[in-house]
Design a binder for this molecule. Sequence first.
Ligand code: NDP
Length: 400
Amino acid sequence: MGKALIIGCGGVASVAIHKCCQNSEVFEEICIASRTKSKCDALKEKLEGTTKTKITTAQVDANDVDQLVALINQVKPDVVLNLALPYQDLTIMDACLATKTHYVDTANYEPEDTAKFEYSWQWAYRDRFEKAGITAVLGSGFDPGVTGVFSAYALKHEFDEINYIDILDCNGGDHGYPFATNFNPEINIREVSANGSYWEDGHWVETKPMEIKRVYNFKEVGEKDMYLLHHEEIESLALNIPGIKRIRFFMTFGESYLNHLKCLEDVGMTSIEPIMYEGREIIPLQFLKAVLPDPASLGPRTKGKTNIGCIFRGKKDRKEKNYYLYNICDHQECYREVGSQAVAYTTGVPAMIGAMMVITGKWNTPGVHNVEEFDPDPFMDALNKWGLPWQEDRDPVLVD
Ligand code: NDP
């Protein structure tokens, strides 16, 4: 049916590429392009012979718009799936505009020298994408991504009005290392060491990092400490869910992770301010990334499950109603299927589905859109089909 150009070949991309190759009817052809071409070639070699999808590879520096434009003109994809880092979102969007090609990503733009992520930079492309007649789907991972689709589905089928959303992201997996991150360490540590915030009554309420803690008993995982974080989908859901009063995001962290993070912060290792080391400038957080385990290597060692979802409170037929939509994913099952742990899996599967929605024309509205702005139904069906079945709880325990 179509062709995708996938940019990046790390942990999340590897899962998305495996999934595209399972879905050859939609992804007849993919081109994997990244900074390190040998990684793309290794994946191509692993998958060829197991799939009908034709795979090509290319080297590209996704910070360079000209290189991207040349590559898109050569490959002529129906959609570009951006699975590089948030720093490359704008250059890739520029190249999509120049070539009139649809765009999908999983994380909002973040300038490399400031740990600040928000949608303003990408929303500024709305008019230009609309005029060019191309669709950009922002944030098609799990969170953001599935959490936005869950919200659109709840609004469409379960509520007249949603007033409260609590997004709960629980990783009950254990990789056996005292400290490692489940996706790109630099991006992960920037996210969790930032101030927290939530949306209430039309404005942001800011908190200190890890200031708000709750304990929650997650199905098939058990009781976990979870902490309130700032998270990008809060910003778009606050705009797109009418009647919303409060949105919070909680993520679970173990004591060992938090103690290590505190210690690394205290000694300056999580800083993104450049320092001089033996005559050359280095960024402590990038150096830390180089000594930490590669998240892509955690697959064989990680045991346990993730449980990620949204608790909605609102009204249906004038009555108060609570509703919890979530997915449970087993790290070892993911590893057996695609050679990756569940955090990469829960992101890579929705990334493939987002690209599929665009290629099949189910999500095709020129402009720049967050996932909750589209019809959630085909995406929800695809989650069940492609490895992330969702579950409902109509009487959930609420978070105070
Ligand atoms: P990785 O670090 O494993 O992979 C990033 C890939 O991008 C690598 O292959 C890297 O190349 C490539 N890359 C980096 N810079 C460039 C560049 N300038 N040009 C070309 N390629 C480049 O990251 P992850 O797979 O863990 O994360 C990928 C994305 O997914 C991130 O944006 C992350 O924020 C997002 N994410 C979203 C989630 C969600 O639920 N929405 C959850 C988890 C992650 P090289 O191999 O040479 O380093």
